[in-house]
Design a protein. Sequence first.
Lengths: 451, 387
Amino acid sequence: MDATQDRSNRLSVTRAGGGLIADYWERLFTAREQGKQIVWYNGGALNPFFQAAGLAWCHGEAFAARLAAQRLEGPAQLAGAEYGYNAELCSYARTHLGCSVLTLQGEGERSGVVGMNDSRELAARLPSPDFFVNNYAGCSTGQQWDGISFRVFGKQLPIFNISHPFLWGNKPDAGYLRGEEWESASRYVAGQLRDLISFLEAQTGRPFDYDALSEAMTYIKRAAELRREGLDLCKAKPAPATFWDWIACVAPINFLPGDQALVDYFAAVRDEITERVAAGVSGVRDEKYRLYFDGIMNWNKLGFLSRKFAEHGAAVLCGRYIHNAFWQEPQLIDTADPILGMAQHYLLCPTNHGTKTLDYLTLRDCREYDVDGIVFHSTRTCRAFTGPQRLLAKSAQDKLGVPSIFFEGDVADASFYKEEILESRLVAMLEAIDVRRARGSQLAAAGAPVS
Amino acid sequence: MPDATDPLARLAGVARHTRGYIEGWRSAHPGQPVVGVLPMNFPREIAYAADTLPVVVQDDQQPVTEGRSLLAEFYCGYTRNLADQAATGRLNCYDALFLADHCIQLIGAADVVRAVLPEIPVFFGMLISSMSDTWAPGKIAEMMGEFRDDFGSFTGYPVTDEALASSIRAHNQDRQLIRRLFDERSSGSTAFTPGQLQDIVAASMVMDPAEHHALLAEAVSASREAPRDDRVRVHLSAHLCHAPRRELLDLIEDSGAIVVDDDLFHGRRYVSTDVDETGDPIDAIARWYAQRNATIPCPTRVQHDADWDTYLVGAVRSSGAEAVIHLLPKFCEPHMLYYPELRKGLDAAGIPQLLLETEHEGLPAESFRTRVEALVERARRKRPVSA
């Protein structure tokens, strides 16, 4: 790839998001000095509950992703490896557990700060938790990860777990957002969220502020609606923004506080995209191919992958991690009583569906965004995301004639990324798309029906 | 062909050639379904009470071929083997498949089966795995009730309390006899080798429990007392969901060690706990599921007051084991997550240990042998010097 020919044209507004995120982490790093209790949690976005309870919150995957995106994951992963975690273990979990190990080492200095001993490399100042909450749907490792964090901290800290039924789709009426399985699972998780509130009251010693929860969810719902509007605008040709722009928007929608700043941010994202559509500005200069991305993000390679696909004129414009996650169905949220809608979003984690539903969602998005091909990120240590990928690839080929490639990488461990494999397979798929188009043009010129 | 007069050989034959047993059972029970059960917690008792033959689907140790295009190579060997069995017709001997565990790799494999073999219904009811939750007992009982209903729908006949009680008795009786062999081994007997015990357990996962019990009783009555020798006493740990290769068990005992206890799934773990024979049978099966994790904690469950490391140290003290060998199937995330806690616990107790990571295809025999021999030497050096 020639680095001098960067054809990517990222949204400028996401830089503002970077500022919001930096402010959030700074508040978290200084939470102890502000006298706040700190909760470590994993899985679905529980932050509105913590916001309403007056807590500071750290999302484990987000912290691991942040370290990886800044290429600062090394010390935590090394600490995890020395503690005994196998390199094939989920690298989110491995990185975050490494942070726990570093935290405990730091406590030798009575700092209670992750990586105090190694702060130069880690550049992270994560305060140790007062308690844990686990909210993992779809991935068995996620639930066990917090169970192990609890043990690493000597079984001394309180922990609360929310269980999520996997949406397998056994019943005849089962489907996306419908059927008895969906309804009963929603009620079950909502009931556990009410118990979570009791747990938070016990930890904080304060009554839970339901009005604050409604307020936070009102902002989040609006932000989510704006996000969906922006995503829909990306169906335009050429696409005004890409998957990589939306990746840059994951942190705000996933764990920033529900407030006016969040709404303003997503309004700005939507507005910039709207302006681009009106002006015919594309996210990739001279867009030639439209691709779907399946897989969890490779955080070590965000900027690199953005440029790489753009160099080939490939606009990666939608994907499971973006379109089927992060408050993606805001109409489900009743802001006056948001608990059921929140429970439903936790269940809608993109790894918590059987392949039948994922097949429906993937093919739907491929059609709506008129994609030419699919890129599967075969995410080495994420079995939850990779499980159905082979079946989805076959289905897209059989039902839509959409070809796909797989490339190897990982969420937070750069050592699994195989550059040459991605390059050669991507080029081969794009050439195949060219050939198919050329054949279609010839048939059309000859007056034959084009399939 | 196993020797038809040797009960142990017949049990080994079933364990190693599951499909042959199923074929024979079908001939003897025309019209009765055979259901595949995926490990590790689906209650066979309910399936058996529904007049089906429940078979815990075994890793048949065939190389993964077509399954490679269905699941990623970094899924565990067992789940890739399942995908391969589905893709190559080796699962066609089942009329349905049932799953109760939440392991994402097992779910992935079950999804492959559902896609590749649409004519075989795949039932998945996820048993709660967070055992400390206050609502766990109720949710477990609810799910066991759903399994009962699923079988009623599947066979067209309701599963009665009487049938459940009878099934529970049959399974308890078989488990108790198998467990006796493990208890005798940990107390000093070597009447059965690790490979034979593995065959006995694997056969119990496949056979009609009454038939298995009768055959095993024959084998036990024909066995001879055999005390331990002076080899280093080891405890084998884990290898969840599927059995380690028999060659590995032989290799360990050929390297100066003698296996005196285990918590393998194809070992003591599978038979650790009986179902209460009194009261409502579904409630009893629900309590059995919860109790299993207290008896021998499993890393696939989250239970704050059940510690696998504590269990392991206690088991070692009880059997007189001098070392522990962790058998970790490559890519088994629950085991990978828990392993450092085990290491810490055993280190603190001064118990030598060795981690062997097993692969689905192949066995690096000489490398493993060297490592086991090194462990044996370490353990020997800890023995008190006799005057």
